[in-house]
Write a protein that binds this ligand. Structure first.
Ligand SMILES: *Cc1c(COP(=O)(O)O)cnc(C)c1O
Length: 497
C-alpha cells in the first residue's frame, strides 16, 4: 500500500514519498509527515543476521513506497559503501555501562553522513521519477556538520547545485576548514554574520519566497532542502536504531523483546525523532532520553510544556547542538496534537510571532516516552575525562553531553535498562575541546598538533577526513549579513532580481 505524506500545517494535498523528498518543505511552511508510521514486517530477531544495507532496505521500503526495489537498493548500495571506514557502517561498542552507537564512520566523520550519503541518490531518483527538468538547488543552513556532509554528498552530482550557509565564528575550526576546502563546481559555501538560528530562519524564508521561486523556475532552477526537515534525511536515520537493537541481540547482550533505552544528543530534534519512529515501528525502545547542552530549550519544554526560544544563544563546545529552534519537534507536536494541523499551525505561528508556545496538558501527557535533561560545559568536559580515564575511550563533545545526561537519567530514575547512546561525531572533529577536557595544558598546541596528540592518547587512527584537510587549499571565501542571503543566492545562480 502506498504511504503518503502531508504537511503538518494543513495544506490538503497528499504527496508521494519521492515528491516530498524532492520538495523538502511543504508549501505552507510545514513539514511532511507520513500518514502513519509503518510497522516492521518481520520479527526484529530476523534483523540480527542482516547487514546494514539489508536493514536499510527493510526499513526504508516501508516509508518510501513509490521507490522501486531496484531504485532503493541502488540508492542504499551507492551510499553505504567504502566511503565508510567499517563494513559494519554503524558499530555498537560497550563502554562503561552503556552501548555507544558510533554514527561517525562516514566521509565527514559526523552522524550527518548516515543520511546525507544517501539523500543525493534519493533526490536524483525522485527528480527522474517526477519528470523534473529543473536543476535542483540544495539550500542548507548548518550548525557545522550538516554543511560538510551535504557538500560531500552533493558535490559534482549532475543536475544539482548546493549552497551552504553557516554561522561565521559559530563552528569549530576543523568544521570550518572541512567546508571551505570543499571541491566541486556546483558547491558554494557562505559564512553569515549571525548564529545558526539566523541561518536556518533565512533559509526557511528563501524557501517560502514565492517571487524567488518564480524567478528560479523561469531560469530552470528549483530549491530543495538537505536539512533534517527533509523526510529523505529522517527515514535513513530510523535504520540505525533498528540495526542497533538487532546488534544487541546478535551480540547476546539482550534477549528478544527486552526493552532498551536510547539517549540522543539533540539539536534540531531529527535524530531523536528517528528513534521515536523506530519505537513506533515496533523496536522495543522504552525511554527516549533527549540530551541538550546549555541551550536547553528542549529540557525546559519537556519539563514545563512551554517551548520558549526567548533566551540568550550560548556558543558551546558542542556547536552542532547550539540551536534554539528545533525544527523537527514540529513533527512531534503535530502528532501529540492528534494530527490536528490547525493546532500545529497555531502553535508554530506563536513561535514565529512571540518566540514561544505552550502545549495543553492533554498533549503533554503524550510525552511520557521522553525524558529531557542537559549538561553544562564543565559537566561535558568532566564526562570526556571520566570515560577516558575509566575505559580509555575518547568521545566527542556532543556524545559527551549525551553520556552525561544518561548518567543523570539513571540517577533520577533508578532505571538501569540497557541503553544505546548515539555517538554523533568523531573526537577528531572537535579535537581542541576534547583534548582540553582531558588536560587544559593541551590548549597551547595548534589544531593539527592536537590531532596527533589525540591519536597517541586514543590509539584510533586519524580519519581520512582530517588527513586530507591538513594541506588542502581554501576554495570558498563568501561572507554575508543575515539579511543578504537572498542577494547572495541570486548572485551565485546568476539571477537578475
Ligand atoms: C547535528 C548533530 C547533532 C544534533 O542532531 P539533531 O538531529 O539536529 O538533533 C548532534 N551531534 C552532532 C555531532 C551533530 O552533527
Amino acid at each position: 500500500m502506498e504511504l503518503l505524506y502531508r504537511s503538518t500545517r494543513g495544506e490538503k494535498k497528499a504527496y508521494t514519498a519521492s515528491e516530498a523528498v524532492l520538495q523538502g518543505l511543504a508549501k505552507d511552511g510545514g513539514l511532511f509527515v507520513p500518514d502513519s508510521i509503518p510497522a516492521l514486517e518481520r520479527p526484529i530477531s530476523e534483523f540480527a543476521g542482516f547487514s546494514y544495507q539489508e536493514t536499510a532496505y527493510e526499513v526504508m521500503k516501508l516509508f518510501l513506497t513509490d521507490y522501486t526495489e531496484e531504485e532503493l537498493k541502488h540508492c542504499i548500495n551507492s551510499a553505504y559503501d567504502d566511503k565508510f571506514d567499517t563494513k559494519l557502517i554503524a558499530p555498537l561498542v560497550k563502554k562503561g555501562d552503556a552501548y555507544y552507537l558510533e554514527l561517525f564512520h562516514g566521509a565527514t566523520i559526523a552522524f550527518k553522513d548516515m543520511a546525507l550519503s544517501i539523500l543525493p541518490y534519493l533526490m536524483v531518483t525522485a527528480a527522474k521519477k517526477n519528470h523534473c527538468d529543473n536543476e535542483i538547488v540544495i539550500l542548507t543552513a548548518t550548525s557545522g556538520d550538516t554543511g560538510k556532509a551535504a557538500l560531500a554528498g552533493f558535490a559534482d552530482v549532475s543536475g544539482t547545485k548546493i549552497i551552504v550557509f553557516y554561522p561565521k565564528g559559530g563552528v569549530s575550526p576543523i568544521q570550518e576548514k572541512q567546508m571551505l576546502t570543499q571541491k566541486g563546481n556546483n558547491a558554494f559555501v557562505v559564512g553569515i554574520h549571525g548564529n545558526f538560528d539566523d541561518a536556518q530562519s533565512g533559509v526557511k524564508a528563501l524557501f517560502n519566497d514565492k517571487e524567488l521561486a518564480k524567478t528560479m523556475d523561469e531560469a530552470g532552477f528549483q530549491f530543495s532542502s538537505a536539512n533534517s526537515i527533509n523526510i529523505g534525511r529522517l527515514v535513513p536515520q530510523v535504520v540505525y536504531y533498528v540495526y542497533s537493537y538487532a546488534q544487541l541481540l546478535a551480540m547476546g547482550e539482550i534477549t528478544e523483546g527486552e526493552s532498551i533505552n536510547v539517549t540522543v544528543p539533540t539539536g534540531n530534534f531529527g535524530n531523536i525523532l528517528a528513534a521515536y519512529y523506530a519505537k513506533q515501528m515496533g523496536v522495543p525502545i522504552q525511554k527516549l532520553i533527549c540530551a541538550s547542552n546549555d541551550n536547553k530549550v528542549l529540557y525546559d519544554f519537556f519539563t514545563t510544556g512551554c517551548y520558549d526560544r526567548n533566551r540568550e544563544f550560548i556558543l558551546t563546545t558542542s556547536p552542532s547542538m547550539d540551536i534554539l529552534i528545533s525544527s523537527n519537534l514540529e513533527r512531534l507536536i503535530y502528532k501529540i496534537a492528534g494530527a490536528d494541523s490547525e493546532k500545529d499551525a497555531a502553535l508554530m505561528s506563536d513561535l514565529t510571532k512571540k518566540g514561544k508556545y505552550e502545549i495543553t496538558d492533554e498533549m503533554k501527557a503524550q510525552l511520557a516516552d521522553f525524558y529531557g535533561n542537559y549538561a553544562t560545559e564543565a559537566q561535558t568536559a568532566a564526562q570526556i575525562k571520566k570515560l577516558y580515564e575509566e575505559c580509555g575511550y575518547i568521545m566527542d563533545t556532543h556524545t559527551a553531553v549525551a553520556s552525561c545526561v544518561y548518567d543523570k537519567y539513571v540517577k533520577d530514575s533508578g532505571d538501569h535498562t540497557k541503553t544505546v547512546i548515539a555517538s554523533t561525531a568523531s573526537p577528531y572533529k572537535f579535537t581542541r575541546s576534547v583534548m582540553n577536557a582531558i588536560d587544559p595544558a593541551y590548549d597551547v598546541k595548534s589544531d593539527f598538533e592536537l590531532v596527533d596528540e589525540l591519536n597517541k592518547l586514543s590509539n584510533v587512527a586519524v580519519p581520512n577526513a582530517i588527513e586530507e584537510i591538513r594541506t588542502a587549499p581554501i576554495l570558498h571565501n563568501r561572507v554575508c549579513d543575515g539579511d543578504k542571503m537572498k542577494e547572495t543566492v541570486c548572485d551565485i545562480l546568476g539571477l537578475n532580481q
